[in-house]
Design a protein around this ligand. Structure first.
Ligand code: NAG
Ligand code: NAG
Ligand code: NAG
Ligand code: NAG
Ligand code: NAG
Ligand code: NAG
Length: 387
């Protein structure tokens, strides 16, 4: 379901330097397949149909010449679209944008009618209600998706609504009136339906766009970090799928700007296999490295271990036979392990493997009458290679 004016605005205020992230570099790519687009389309159609009704159309009045009767003044009022049913619909995307086509739609409407005419003796008038059935309603929308100021913006590039036929059922009224009504008003009712449905759709798209604009550009992760979900370029739509790129780097919440010397290595090939997925996401190694950088700088990569499955190890008594001196000096004192990462963990993704390197220190603390005494420090290097 969110995401160029930004660049224009930014370009006015900032002169890019080599140290800055190239504005079109996104470290997280999101690919929405045709299956995913279909799902979004169904969701939108459902929402649109339920928000389409009721629609009240403008009253229609006109003077109609009816054979044998003469000039009749007819007023249709309280013309209301009560319900809309969708037939079939499909979505496609390509150079022009995202195209949604719905056909075979129906609608049920109600209206009040009133007529009056003068005979040479006295005026005659009558009124009543009628129900109207709309058949073969078709709609076509072309939506444009753009990156505006880092969020996704949705615009309606082209739209149309077409009504094939309408059927009227009168409650009361004379037969001549029915024919006169249908002949004179069919087209007008159909085009009023087309106009009001199109208008509702335009309003719906504007609402949806403002909803997308309100999506935050940062998702808070915890008190230390936030994920930058700013869109970095216009979505690319092709072959019934859409590709988005978002910045995707972790930033520190304390406002210290993240180092911006990350460069995207290469477009990670999406290697998920199996049945078609709705969404495929690929992450650049810098997503991980920005996260470890933020947490490392925030001193959040240290852990105090004071609970273990074998709790006796967390007491000098448990070390009595291994390091007797420790026990002799601090008998029956608590032990904590203070593990901290000593340099920023790095991750490298190559075509066929992932390497991680983590340098960490483990300090053994003894808790002697409220005092923390560091008794040993062990340096650990963890190298991992995963294929
Ligand atoms: C107008 O139409 C609606 C829907 O059919 C109906 O509920 C309402 O009573 C009608 N109003 C008048 C004044 O006829
Ligand atoms: C319109 O009314 C008919 C008869 O009441 C009903 O069968 C049909 O489902 C309705 N259509 C919609 C779109 O609500
Ligand atoms: C872009 O975003 C900035 C701050 O978020 C805002 O001040 C500016 O008005 C926005 N520009 C447009 C064209 O939306
Ligand atoms: C578009 O999709 C068709 C069939 O799924 C595929 O054969 C073709 O290579 C695709 N084209 C592009 C540019 O991805
Ligand atoms: C988030 O990403 C955008 C686009 O790459 C960038 O302009 C912005 O400075 C980043 N925000 C932070 C807080 O780093
Ligand atoms: C854990 O060790 C780190 C690095 O030596 C130190 O900065 C931190 O204060 C220690 N924490 C505790 C609770 O001892």
């Amino acid at each position: 379901m969110a995401p160029a004016a930004l660049f224009i605005v930014l370009a006015l205020f900032s002169v890019p330097t080599d140290a800055q992230i190239k504005s079109d570099e996104g470290f997280i790519s999101v690919f929405i397949s045709s299956k995913g687009l279909g799902f979004v389309k169904d969701l939108l159609m459902h929402k649109a149909v339920s928000s389409l009704t009721p629609i009240e159309l403008q009253p229609i009045e006109k003077i109609v010449k009816i054979p044998l009767v003469g000039q009749v003044d007819i007023l249709l009022s309280n013309i209301t679209i009560l319900s809309v049913g969708v037939g079939t619909s499909y979505v496609s995307s390509g150079g022009a944008g995202v195209v949604i086509v719905a056909s075979g739609g129906t609608a049920n409407m109600s209206m009040n009618w009133k007529y009056s005419y003068d005979t040479w003796l006295f005026p005659i008038s009558d009124k009543g209600a009628a129900s109207v059935q709309v058949e073969g309603m078709a709609m076509e929308l072309t939506l444009g998706l753009k990156d505006q100021n880092g969020t996704l913006s949705l615009s309606l590039l082209d739209w149309g609504c077409f009504v094939k036929d309408i059927f009227v059922k009168l409650d009361g009224g004379a037969t001549w009136f029915y024919q006169g009504l249908v002949d004179a008003f069919k087209e007008q009712i159909a085009s009023a339906v087309e106009d009001s449905v199109s208008k509702r759709i335009r309003e719906g798209i504007i609402k949806l766009d403002s909803l997308l604009q309100s999506v935050p550009k940062e998702i808070p992760v915890d008190h230390v970090a936030a994920l930058n979900v700013t869109f970095v370029k216009d979505p690319v739509s092709s072959n019934s799928s859409i590709d988005f790129e978002i910045n995707g780097l972790f930033t520190a919440k304390d406002g210290i700007p993240a180092p911006n010397n990350y460069h995207k290595k290469h477009r990670a090939p999406v290697s998920c296999t199996g049945p078609a997925k709705m969404i495929e996401i690929s992450l650049d190694e810098n997503v991980f490295n920005s996260a470890t950088s933020v947490y490392f700088k925030a001193d959040s990569m240290s852990w105090i271990v004071n609970k273990m499955p074998d709790q006796s190890l967390l007491n000098t008594a448990g070390w009595k036979y291994i390091v007797p001196q420790l026990y002799n000096q601090y008998p029956d004192d608590g032990v904590n392990l203070n593990i901290s990462v000593s340099s920023q963990p790095m991750l490298r993704i190559a075509d066929d493997k992932v390497d991680t390197t983590i340098y960490s220190d483990m300090i053994i603390d003894v808790l002697d009458s409220g005092e923390v005494i560091q008794v040993a420090c062990i340096s650990l290097v963890s190298l991992r290679e995963e294929k």
